[in-house]
Design a protein around this ligand. Structure first.
Ligand SMILES: [Zn+2]
Length: 353
């Protein structure tokens, strides 16, 4: 069985192809220029994090590079926020919006999606030391379970294919209604992220059947679950006592735009009830899985009792921004590295400008 070729050294460069690509140089160059749009006092930045992992622990991690920030880089980012910005909790921000109170200049909100166990292990100590507020949006059906998100599993199985250009797998993609060329590209490069994006648009039953066939084809390799663990409810409670806020991110992480109205109501209500029962506090905010929503879904989220919801639409928030479509800036390690592969404070501040 082939072993993953990813190592901690090559992981970061592989995040966006060649780390010394012109893109990185271009970003770096742009960050050194004066910002064309200085942050206005009425604009608030909401940052999205997912996974925080020490650089030396990246081997065997099959999550998308777009959801990973190393602990070393995260620590430096939090120092910058503490020293040069005005960190707020999401609660304080929405209260200020509701009461039309002025917001401080350079206000920034820290959020995490999904509920990864590394948030407890590696992000919490940094947040505690820096004294910063944060909200973690939990996929409640995953908390305290051995659940594995299907994109991680597909990426893992891709690294365990016995050989590439297997006609049987092309048949499987055709049966699932997926363009075979996207699979061939994923097989040959062992980079499945664009293929995985396509799989998000097919229905659950066909995707599950495809993954099951892929498991059988690769002889059911053992997934490195510890590197992809979710928080336990005990950890959630400990974090809550340390001042972390929790919001809901649905029960199953299903894309709500692919659910029936009844299923959307269930995802919103059940995740709220579970969080209320486990933490003693009803969650105030919701994060749309994959950032996907419609006006109808917004209405259901509001009717369920949430005070607001965050999306993945990139941008800052002003007093007119819909409280059920708050915009965020996604943080990933690969976007914050200078041309030599080191964390760049200039790039980080440029992303926030
Ligand atoms: Zn998510």
């Amino acid at each position: 069985m082939p072993t993953p070729s990813t190592t901690s050294d090559e992981y970061l460069p592989s995040m966006e192809g060649n780390c010394r690509s012109w893109k990185r140089w271009a970003r770096w160059g742009a960050a050194l220029l004066p910002s064309p749009m200085p942050t206005s006092p009425s604009q608030t930045i909401i940052l999205t994090y997912h996974r925080i992992i020490p650089r030396t622990h990246l081997q065997g991690v099959y999550s998308s590079p777009h959801i990973i920030v190393t602990q070393e880089s995260f620590r430096r980012q939090m120092d910058i926020l503490r020293n040069h910005y005005h960190p707020l909790s999401l609660e304080d921000y929405v209260t200020a919006r509701e009461t039309r109170s002025p917001l401080p200049r350079n206000s920034v909100i820290i959020t995490f999606d999904d509920g990864w166990e590394d948030n407890y292990r590696y992000a919490l100590p940094v947040l505690r030391t820096a004294g910063l507020p944060a909200t973690i949006f939990l996929t409640t059906g995953c908390i305290g379970t051995q659940h594995i998100f299907w994109p991680e599993e597909i990426h893992f199985l891709l690294h365990h294919l016995p050989y590439v250009r297997d006609p049987a797998l092309r048949t499987l993609t055709a049966q699932a209604g997926i363009d075979a060329n996207s699979w061939i590209e994923a097989e040959e490069t062992r980079d499945g992220w664009s293929f995985i994006e396509r799989l998000k648009s097919i229905d659950d039953a066909r995707r599950t059947a495809f993954i099951e066939a892929l498991r059988a084809h690769t002889h059911h390799p053992s997934f490195p679950q510890p590197q992809h663990a979710f928080l336990s409810w005990m950890q959630v409670k400990e974090m809550q006592q340390a001042g972390i806020h929790f919001g809901a991110h649905g029960v199953t992480h299903r894309l709500l735009t692919q659910c029936t109205e009844e299923e959307v109501r269930h995802e919103c209500r059940q995740s709220r009830d579970t969080l209320t029962n486990e933490t003693g506090i009803p969650p105030s905010f919701f994060a749309y899985p994959n950032g996907d929503f419609t006006p109808e879904i917004q209405r259901i989220v509001a009717e369920t009792g949430y005070r607001g919801a965050v999306s993945t639409r990139p941008g800052k928030n002003n007093p007119q921004t819909d409280l059920y479509a708050l915009q965020r800036i996604n943080m990933s390690e690969s976007r914050l590295l200078d041309p030599l592969g080191r964390f760049s404070p200039s790039l980080f501040r440029h992303m926030l400008s």
